[in-house]
Ligand binder design. Structure first.
Ligand code: RAM
Length: 348
């Protein structure tokens, strides 16, 4: 998953694109959220793309689906979003099976488990549905393409850099992750551990706990961590649900400003905590662009323009041309860092 792809759009063009996306978000918000019509409903000559996030009710996936919907409307296909309420390993299987029966053109899925949904995805592909993973991959053999938000090593080292800076490069830290089987978080955690060991000998990772991408569980796990490790200096939460819940806990506690928190968050969920001094900085990519790119990748597969092989190229609307890299991976770009100086420039 750290494979290379080429991309003709640099970071320099990312920020203006965000501004364009913000304008578009307002229009989309006015159009409402996910589309519950069947595959035959909606758009023109029909590439149907169904987004299946880890779970519903997570603002991160609401934003990626918004981007997916915008792309599908642009190419006049049919957009749909379905998904479980809990991000458990096999909670997505029944949705995949239904979509296979309905004959959707493509499933765009963020996987709760690299293996547990493999058979269901394979059946979908055997029936002619294209499978694009985005955000969190399966094993490569179960999908046609993975749209990766940013290089995994870069995501990991950014979070290590931020926590090291926040705690003066020494002391005890813990990780508050999403669900225990999440492919994306598990890879980032492995790479963070390697980075800490190699480059930050005075930082001690004392525990990794799982909030299951559930707000209350993440909140409770934060409280338990602080009780168990009274000398904790910092928490890294590589999940937008986890970091927001941890920030809310810290913000109302004696630990505010004393225990440092960073990780991956959405600016909208974190703004309050950056402004009130609970959090110094955190990182993320643009989930709306991730969904947009994923939908265009799905269309290129359904239309037969690409097969998901290394070197395949396709057009992704306003984001420009992308090239498929090794192992069928398409890379969106680099993560962005947010702090009090720039957080008001972003609305997602
Ligand atoms: C949560 C989910 C998602 C992850 C982000 C950073 O919303 O776990 O998979 O990419 O956090």
């Amino acid at each position: 998953m750290t494979t290379q792809t080429t991309r003709r759009r640099g970071l320099a063009r990312f920020v203006p694109a965000v501004a364009a996306v913000l304008g578009m978000s307002l229009v989309l918000a006015a159009c409402g959220g996910s589309d519950d019509e069947g595959n035959g409903g909606g758009g023109g000559d029909d590439v149907s793309v169904t987004f299946l996030p880890k779970n519903l009710g997570n603002p991160y996936f609401e934003t990626s689906s918004k981007g997916g919907k915008a792309a599908v409307e642009e190419f006049e296909g049919t957009f749909k979003e379905v998904g479980p309420s809990e991000a458990t390993p096999d909670s997505q299987v029944s949705y995949i099976n239904t979509l296979t029966q309905q004959g959707t053109g493509a499933i765009a899925i963020s996987a709760n488990d690299p293996e547990a949904i493999g058979d269901a995805l394979q059946e979908a592909r055997d029936a002619g549905t294209k499978v694009v993973t985005f955000d969190s991959d399966t094993k490569p053999e179960y999908r046609d393409l993975f749209v990766n938000q940013a290089d995994a090593k870069g995501i990991a080292s950014k979070q290590v850099e931020l926590i090291a800076k926040a705690i003066g490069d020494q002391g005890k830290i813990a990780i508050l992750s999403a669900s225990a089987n999440a492919t994306n978080q598990n890879e980032w955690i492995k790479l963070m551990e390697e980075d800490l060991k190699a480059n930050h000998p005075k930082i001690q990772l004392v525990e990794t706990v799982y909030g299951d991408d559930d707000d209350q569980t993440s909140f409770d796990k934060t409280a338990a961590l602080l009780q168990k490790h009274p000398d904790l200096k910092g928490i890294v939460s590589p999940t937008t649900v986890g970091i927001a819940a941890a920030a809310r806990y810290l913000s109302d506690s004696q630990y505010k400003g004393k225990v440092q928190l960073t990780g991956l968050g959405t600016p909208d969920q974190m703004r309050e905590y950056v402004k009130n001094g609970t959090v110094g900085s955190f990182a993320l990519w643009n989930p709306e662009d991730l969904g947009y790119l994923t939908a265009f990748a799905a269309k290129a597969l359904v239309d037969g323009d690409i097969k998901g092989e290394e070197g395949d190229t396709f057009e992704a609307g306003k984001l420009g041309e992308y090239t498929v890299g090794a192992d069928g991976v398409v890379l969106l770009g680099d993560p962005l860092e947010f702090n009090k100086d720039n957080i008001d420039d972003f609305q997602f």
